[in-house]
Design a protein around this ligand. Structure first.
Ligand SMILES: Nc1ncnc2c1ncn2[C@@H]1O[C@H](COP(=O)(O)OP(=O)(O)OP(=O)(O)O)[C@@H](O)[C@H]1O
Ligand SMILES: [Mg+2]
Length: 423
């Protein structure tokens, strides 16, 4: 826990330096401070930034601000408005330099680092501080501001209703929580680089990049990987299900598709995740609905027109039924990423990963052997059953028997489901 006096001084000094220098941007403020002072309408932290007792309480949870500041001769507590002012700048700087926690904290605060790297001989750097914090675009408050702006425009309600938007900081599973094939890992790596080097790609005119189709049976990690990429790249993900867009009023479908793409452009850089892509094929197969066909054409055209390099939108389609997609749909994507049911080795790895925080003695190799044809999601359900089996007898230490029972119960359930489906 950082010293309260240091935190207060850091905030007052950060505000002071931020107010003074127009070279510093809102991206240089540490997240905690940025979030607190965020102006939703202007989408920035406005200058001048003031520091009051209430600000300190709400940012750091420090209760007795007055007591702490009394001991700092360079701060002045203005009773009126309870604003805290920096009185003697040089003294504050000296005090910070001598503080044992200075280096560690300055290296996480680009505003301070930009000042202190040219001052004295503290081993701090602006670059390092900058690398330690997230850009404003990945914060929930940035996305909320954008959504608010969009909401305030006429006719925008429909656009927002169609998609589910997730901020990268809210993503639960990251890449390391998933067991991936080498091909999947390579693809993620490529896209990460493509987004980083967008300007370069634009310059050399390489535009045919950034449209992926994830193909594979249910529960093999397509949605999870798309989200994990968003978490890794620190960009939001806009998720849509094609069947939902086409719901109810068919006449609106084409318009809805345009709305979703428009939303993605507004949120860029972002990922646009289009789930149930096979819907396109189904729609083409029916000849009753001219409106639906029009919608599909709109979708294919929209995919053609959007680009990662130009607009900062990475398009990821996902489907369980690749066999029904026609050539027109396939050729929109520059990479096809396969999500197969995991083989024995992968199943073992997935089980090890799922069970990594669970105490007990069990042999995942053996479970992997008896779960041929199971998806990652099935394995998760088995693990859940096994844990619950243990809990029934008040055990939090898992046994092999619990896992085997988990498999049996899972089988029983899928059997019932199949009966239901064939009925
Ligand atoms: N390779 C894997 N490694 C670890 N967990 C996995 C893997 N595959 C699937 N899972 C887990 O299974 C669950 C379901 O996965 P997810 O929803 O991503 O599948 P999906 O391919 O999108 O399925 P659907 O086609 O039904 O939409 C998630 O909790 C995910 O973590
Ligand atoms: Mg999915």
């Amino acid at each position: 826990m950082t010293d309260e006096k240091f935190l207060i001084t850091e905030l007052v000094l950060t505000a002071h330096l931020y107010n003074q220098s127009d070279k510093l941007t809102v991206d240089d403020l540490p997240q905690k401070i940025r979030k607190h002072y965020w102006d939703e309408k202007e989408k920035t932290v406005k200058r001048p930034m003031y520091v009051t007792e209430g600000d300190i309480k709400s940012i750091y949870g420090i209760e007795n601000v007055k007591n702490s500041t009394k001991l700092l001769p360079f701060l002045e507590f203005e009773d009126f408005g309870s604003q805290i002012k920096l009185n003697i700048f040089d003294l504050a700087i000296k005090w910070v330099t001598k503080h044992p926690e200075a280096v560690e904290n300055i290296n996480k605060n680009p505003v301070l680092a930009s000042f202190f790297e040219n001052y004295d001989s503290l081993p701090v750097s602006y670059k390092k501080a900058k690398a330690s914090i997230l850009p404003k675009e990945s914060g929930r408050e940035w996305i909320n501001s954008l959504i608010k702006t969009i909401e305030s425009e006429k006719g925008s309600e429909d656009m927002l209703k169609l998609a589910h938007i997730v901020a990268p900081e809210d993503i639960q599973q990251n890449i390391s929580d998933l067991v991936l094939t080498k091909a999947q890992e390579d693809e993620i790596e490529k896209m990460t680089k493509a987004i980083q080097y967008r300007d370069y790609l634009k310059r050399i005119g390489l535009r045919e990049i950034g449209k992926l189709l994830f193909v594979g049976p249910p529960g093999t990690g397509k949605t999870s990987v798309a989200r994990a990429i968003s978490g890794q790249l620190k960009i939001p993900i806009v998720e849509v299900k094609l069947s939902q867009i086409a719901d109810q009023y068919l006449g609106e479908t084409a318009k809805n598709i345009d709305r979703v793409f428009e939303l993605a452009r507004r949120l860029s850089p972002c990922i646009l995740f289009i789930d149930e892509f096979d819907f396109v094929a189904k729609a083409r197969a029916t000849d009753e609905h001219a409106a639906l066909k029009r919608a599909v054409n709109t979708l294919l055209k929209a995919i053609d027109e959007i680009s990662l390099v130009e607009h900062g939108v990475l398009v990821i389609g996902a489907t369980n039924h690749p066999n029904i997609l026609d050539h027109a749909a396939w050729r929109r994507f520059d990479e096809i990423v396969e999500f197969s049911l995991p083989d024995k080795d992968m199943r073992k790895k997935i089980l090890d990963l799922i069970l990594r925080n669970i105490e007990g003695t069990f042999d995942t190799e053996e479970i992997a052997k008896i779960t041929d044809g199971y998806s990652g999601s099935d394995l998760r359900l088995i693990a859940r059953e096994a844990v619950l089996n243990g809990l029934i007898t008040e055990r939090t230490v898992l046994t092999q028997q619990d896992l085997i029972r988990g498999v049996a119960e899972f089988n029983k359930r899928t059997h019932l489901k199949k009966l239901d489906e064939s009925a």
